[in-house]
Ligand binder design. Structure first.
Ligand code: DGY
Length: 327
């Protein structure tokens, strides 16, 4: 019997995804898939993109003019991530490539994690565990146990008040916290009321918050938006939580502040140059470290993959993807 070349559109799946999702894609597409999960080099990515009409990628793939330079048939790149600082959106638009992300489906999961990281940091949970495992716990003590900072009836300051920031605020309200926020723009009155949140300047937030939570998108303009001068404004009893992106915080300055007791503690899910972690941060006692897992629940990661696939399929069917960035 003669064999005919596949007429299915070719797509790239740049990172490992759930096997059922991959099988579903294979029904409609000729899939070039990197299930090894080893991040493609820029050269490998450029070559792979030159051969396909669509691609599913994650934050690990930098999509810029160079990555797109040979991608003559490419119509869409769907990020399996809400943050899209790995995309050079103007370059994608110039190349006629649709860019999409995965908003909404991860909001509550990420806000849950942000709150968990805040609690673990303020109440010294991982440090306490090391203490117990290290055999240092010899008796209950009023003063000689790891004493933390309260969340209830404290002030949480949220920088970046998008969907996830608002999710943190609502969780804070449940703990009787006062919520202040700083954002590019004010929320509507209705949204401020729903979050019980008051807008303040960044300086006032840093000066008055007991807990500062960073949930803003990373752009070149807000690189190191929290560095030594900003940390110096914070209370010595304050905590700093970063579930946004590495690069927003100057990790070297933070490590120094933690070592010198300028602030009480920090909880970090994201790092400059991750998966590398600044060596001075690793030396700090008063820190909780996580490997960029704020959206990592089984259900949410499946929902993110499904939404990315929906975006890709819509674009390749000539329709508007539900979460198109470069509209
Ligand atoms: C997101 O969706 O932006 C998460 O941080 C994973 O990259």
């Amino acid at each position: 019997n003669p064999t005919f070349p596949s007429t299915k559109p070719k797509i790239l799946v740049a990172r490992a995804i759930f096997p059922e999702a991959l099988a579903k894609l294979e029904e409609s597409f000729e899939v070039c898939s990197n299930q090894s999960d080893k991040i493609l080099t820029p050269e490998e990515l450029q070559k792979a993109l030159s051969e396909v009409e669509g691609a599913l990628v994650a934050g690990s793939e930098r999509i810029d003019a160079s990555a797109l330079s040979q991608a003559t048939n490419l119509k869409v790149i769907a990020n399996i991530s809400v943050g899209y600082n790995n995309f050079d959106v103007p370059a994608m638009t110039a190349a006629g490539v649709m860019a999409t992300n995965t908003p909404d489906v991860l909001t509550d999961t990420t806000a849950d994690f942000g709150f968990a990281l805040l609690m673990a940091t303020a109440r010294r949970i991982t440090e306490s565990e090391h203490w117990v495992r290290g055999g240092k716990w010899d008796q209950w003590s009023i003063v000689n146990n790891p004493l933390g900072m309260d969340l209830h009836h404290s002030t949480v300051g949220i920088i970046g008040m998008g969907r996830i920031g608002q999710g943190i605020a609502k969780r804070g309200l449940g703990f009787g916290m006062k919520v202040i926020y700083h954002n590019r723009s004010h929320l509507s009155d209705a949204d401020e009321q729903a979050c019980g949140a008051t807008y303040v300047s960044k300086e006032e937030l840093l000066r008055t918050a007991d807990h500062v939570v960073l949930v803003l998108p990373y752009t070149t303009q807000n690189h190191h938006t929290i560095g030594a001068p900003e940390i110096a404004l914070m209370k010595p009893t304050a905590t700093l939580i970063n579930i946004a992106r590495g690069g927003i915080v100057d990790d070297g300055a933070l490590a120094q502040a933690l070592q010198e007791g300028k602030i009480f503690a920090a909880g970090l899910d994201v790092f400059e140059g991750e998966p590398q972690v600044h060596p001075e941060l690793l030396k700090c006692r008063n820190i909780v470290l996580a490997p960029h897992i704020a959206s990592a629940t089984e259900k949410t990661r499946r929902a993110m993959v499904d939404l990315a696939i929906e975006n890709l399929c819509a674009a390749l069917a000539g329709k508007r993807p539900p979460s198109l960035i470069n509209a």
